[in-house]
Design a protein around this ligand. Structure first.
Ligand SMILES: [Zn+2]
Length: 201
């Protein structure tokens, strides 16, 4: 598990960071639920603070800063993760975008839609802090110019930009563009039961 200091740092970042205030867009071609706004990340921060989303620190593959598992409602951060590091913050925002759609309980949907939103959110955070892309992947090259337009106030992402993001994600990952993804909501029942068991000890 992650320690309390890391958890409180992550929650504070998600609730107060000025770069997150720039994440405000909709992907109408992906569906009406694919909208992000700053307070969406406050909701994820709240779920982490109440441990409805579990925060875990562990060894992750090289080049991976964070992972979100919608099945286990678990956010994994790399060993050495530093909430004050701009690069780690961008990995976190990417994964918290997946967490937000998990909270929304979307069910089965195209993974490319989730990833288009997550890569764009990541790029907005980086551009807001005058940071370069996290890597040279095509999806990161495509997302940054679109992120600049969002920071300038563009809210609706065009169908052509959405398709470019989705296609670039599939090429970057070597994934089938039709890959599905399941966001099944937070398993609040079993989590809220845990303190009761501890109280009866
Ligand atoms: Zn992702």
């Amino acid at each position: 598990m992650a320690d309390d200091k890391l958890r409180s740092g992550v929650v504070k970042f998600l609730k107060t960071d000025l770069g997150i205030r720039k994440i405000n867009f909709a992907l109408p071609s992906a569906g009406s639920v694919f909208r992000l706004w700053p307070d969406a990340y406050k909701g994820v921060g709240e779920a982490i603070s109440t441990e409805q989303i579990r925060l875990v620190q562990k060894q992750l593959p090289a080049g991976v800063g964070a992972q979100y598992d919608p099945g286990l409602d678990t956010l994994r951060l790399r060993i050495g993760f530093d909430i004050n590091n701009k690069r780690d913050q961008a990995f976190l925002v990417h994964e918290c975008t997946h967490a937000f759609f998990d909270i929304k309980n979307l069910g089965q949907h195209l993974k490319s839609s989730d990833e288009a939103a997550a890569y764009l959110a990541e790029a907005i955070l980086l551009e807001a802090g005058s940071q370069p892309p996290l890597g040279t992947e095509q999806v990161r090259q495509v997302s940054h110019p679109i992120a600049k337009t969002v920071i300038k106030g563009q809210y609706w992402i065009s169908d052509s930009d959405f398709k470019a993001l989705s296609a670039a994600w599939a090429r970057s990952e070597g994934a089938d563009p039709k890959t599905m993804f399941n966001s099944n909501g937070l398993n609040t029942l079993s989590r809220s039961a845990r303190p009761l068991i501890e109280l009866t000890k």
